[in-house]
Design a protein around this ligand. Structure first.
Ligand SMILES: Nc1ncnc2c1ncn2[C@@H]1O[C@H](COP(=O)(O)OP(=O)(O)OP(=O)(O)O)[C@@H](O)[C@H]1O
Length: 535
């Protein structure tokens, strides 16, 4: 049995059955510095064979950096890695894969028009023929009960099924260590349960799993050990099943997350109205919108629940002005036709601001500094005679960093250098800081830690209190119940009637997410393909 390098005294090591298993991966003193920040500061991590080990930490704590080091995508400045008892230098993802380390990234990288098998084949080494791949895939499917039709084009798959394709891809050559970075962000509760079953079977077969998530209940349901990181240092190694949300939050952020204030507002007049909006999809893999009716009042927070890929993106594009094909009066703002106004016209005339789902590439230009990224949505920052004042931009970006607790090297930092959660805080902060009258947000707390998520929700409530009309699209039903006065549910390009939050339940919204409300079209007139997109 390989010997484990000694653990430092300050680490609270949990002793349980997993400690009988040999050590598969041991990191000692891993340090990684970026300009202005020590992302990993002497990190020790021990993962045993067949163990599901969670990595927990606030935004910017250094989790992704550590995983990139294990996967050979970043080089440590100091420290050592032992794999199956032997010291290794992992210089590239290819070397990591050769050792048996696989990684499933947060964002899917699949070609829509190719089949599942073709997508998986693309990522394999040249030596793997299609015939060999089919044998491996059949074997992996049988062992882990994945049940994916390998011949289906990816565009016909639901998000849950796409996630399974990513996992299946990592199982072609059975991994010894599988790293998953927030794999459940876009999954329904049922798809999460299915994923957990697959992961448990994988662990039973001896694979060690490193699981990054901000969702404490998931970590508790799945993992027997959890390494908590704060500001690049290990705070402790605990059994998450023996910890409460409060105790995990204390380890992670040094305090309990702030309570979101109770919601007592009286909505004002109707600000944003959508009437009978039907729109064919703009591209082959989009969703048609059918007869959408929606209203949002001043001072009101309205939520749209639903599984992503059911038309939410298409609707948000019409509302934000990115898609101006709809008849002018199908969207009105303060009673005036608005569907054909550009995003800039909506910002200038109606102070309508938008936080899209994609942080990099859409909400920000990855290579530009945070200060320059302000220019994407803030005309206010131009100086007299239309000159851009860099000093003003920097000052404003600095204010947003401070007010929204964003961890970054400064206003000069490139957007892509921020951790996912910190960039999300910056984008939400940038739009809230513009004092919008209408704010549209898609997945506002995606990838954000528990403390920061509570902070963003509290700020949204305060904004509504000041009279802003807020529309939130979210996969997280609990979040919508915490925030919203009214809810709609979106399925297959249709929007349900509105529900007062106080008069509905999570269960009812869950049922409606399958498109089963009166007048929505019953399963009888729903094609198999449409139904599968809801699973
Ligand atoms: N390529 C880079 N260049 C500069 N700084 C970086 C780079 N990658 C990460 N950092 C910084 O290192 C720190 C740790 O980032 P990391 O992405 O590892 O955090 P994280 O714990 O995964 O956060 P999140 O939960 O928000 O994804 C952050 O301060 C981040 O800004």
């Amino acid at each position: 049995m390989p010997t484990e390098p000694p653990l430092p005294d300050e680490t609270r090591e949990v002793q349980d059955l997993t400690s009988l298993q040999p050590v598969r991966l041991a990191l000692r003193g891993i340090t990684k510095r970026y300009p202005g920040v020590v992302a990993n500061d002497g990190i020790d991590l021990t993962v045993r064979r067949g163990e599901i080990h969670a990595i927990l930490g606030e935004n910017g704590a250094g989790k992704s950096t550590l995983m990139k080091i294990i996967y050979g995508a970043a080089a440590p400045d100091a420290g050592s890695i032992h794999f199956d008892g032997k010291p290794v230098a992992i210089g590239s993802p290819k070397q990591a894969r050769a050792l048996g380390i696989a990684m499933v990234f947060q964002h899917f990288s699949l070609f829509e028009s190719l089949t599942v098998a073709e997508n998986i084949w693309l990522g394999q080494d040249d030596a793997m023929t299609r015939e060999m791949l089919d044998v491996h895939l059949d074997e992996a499917q049988r062992t882990f009960g994945l049940g994916i039709d390998l011949q289906r084009p990816v565009h016909t798959l639901s998000v849950g099924e796409r996630q399974k394709v990513e996992i299946l891809r990592s199982l072609v050559t059975p991994p010894k260590v599988l790293i998953l970075d927030e794999p459940t962000s876009v999954l329904t509760p049922q798809a999460v349960q299915d994923l957990f079953e697959v992961l448990r079977r994988l662990a039973d077969s001896g694979c060690s799993i490193l699981y990054i998530s901000h969702k404490l209940h998931e970590i508790r349901a799945l993992c027997e050990r959890c390494t908590v990181i704060r500001q690049g240092k290990v705070q402790g190694v605990v059994d998450p099943r023996a910890e409460s949300d409060a105790s995990l939050a204390r380890l992670m952020i040094g305090a309990e997350p702030p309570k979101v204030p109770a919601n007592a507002r009286a909505p004002g007049s109707c600000v944003l109205q959508v009437h009978g909006l039907s729109l064919p999809r703009a591209h082959l893999f989009g969703v048609d919108l059918h007869a959408i009716d929606l209203s949002v009042h001043a001072g009101e927070i309205v939520g749209i629940a639903g599984i992503s890929g059911n038309g939410q993106n298409e609707l948000m594009q019409v509302l934000s002005g990115e898609d101006t094909r709809a008849p002018a009066d199908s969207v009105t703002i303060h009673g005036t036709p608005a569907a054909q106004l550009s995003p800039q016209q909506r910002r200038q005339r109606h102070r309508l601001h938008f936080v899209p789902e994609e942080r990099l590439g859409r909400a920000t230009v990855p290579s530009m500094s945070l200060a320059h990224n302000l220019l994407l949505t803030r005309a206010l920052t131009a100086g007299p005679l239309g000159w851009i004042s860099l000093a003003r931009l920097k000052r404003k970006a600095g204010e947003i960093l401070r007010q929204y607790n964003v961890k970054a090297a400064g206003s000069h930092a490139a957007a892509r250098s921020l951790s996912g959660g910190n960039l999300q805080k910056y984008i939400v902060g940038r739009e809230m800081d513009a004092a919008p009258q209408i704010l549209l947000l898609a997945q506002p707390t995606w990838g954000v830690d528990v403390g920061a998520a509570a902070q963003i929700r509290a700020q949204l409530l305060a904004l509504a209190q000041q009279g802003c009309a807020v529309l939130v699209v979210s996969e997280e039903i609990e979040e919508l119940f915490e925030l919203c006065d009214r809810l709609y549910v979106m399925a297959r390009g249709r929007l349900s009637p509105s529900l007062q939050r106080s008069q509905t339940s999570v269960e009812q919204v869950g049922v409606w997410m399958s498109g089963l409300w009166d007048g929505a079209g019953t399963p009888a007139n729903t094609s198999a393909e449409e139904m599968s997109s809801l699973v």
